[in-house]
Design a protein. Structure first.
Length: 144
């Protein structure tokens, strides 16, 4: 008769590394943002993509003492908010979409933003590319 292995009593526990982290699902017509639930009664908000809305988004993050955000490296929709976040002193982690989307279940913008926030808070995302706004040209493309 085979014996069953006992589960290790030393199971790893996850610790929050980024207490003031947000996750953002950026899109062509709106951005969905998730912050830690303890910081607001409505921790998931949707903002438009016009300049005024992007500034309102950054101000909302600053108001909630968010210091770092994780955004997927898909499309070009993240470029417009990247500069605004940097100007507000918010660290932007541009993450690989494959790494962030490895979650089972139905995909929605809200789920994506909340999942990004959670992974980022636990330090489970790797920055796809560390950059400064000076590396992005005025047309939104990379400088040569």
């Amino acid at each position: 008769m085979a014996t069953r292995r006992k589960k290790s009593a030393h199971a790893q526990e996850l610790f929050i590394l980024h207490e003031h982290a947000a996750g953002i699902d950026s899109g062509a017509t709106f951005h969905v943002v998730a912050i830690p639930p303890a910081l607001d009664a409505e921790p998931v908000q949707t903002f438009g993509t016009f300049t005024q809305e992007r500034h309102r988004l950054a101000e909302w993050l600053v108001e909630h003492k968010i210091t770092t955000v994780a955004m997927e490296s898909t499309g070009v929709y993240w470029v417009a908010v990247f500069e605004i976040f940097q100007n507000h002193g918010i660290d932007v982690q541009w993450v690989n979409a494959r790494e962030a989307n490895a979650v089972p279940g139905r995909k929605t913008d809200i789920n994506d933003a909340q999942w990004l926030q959670k992974l980022h808070a636990f330090g489970l995302l790797h920055c796809a590319y560390a950059m400064n706004i000076s590396e992005i040209g005025s047309t939104g493309g990379w400088k040569s």
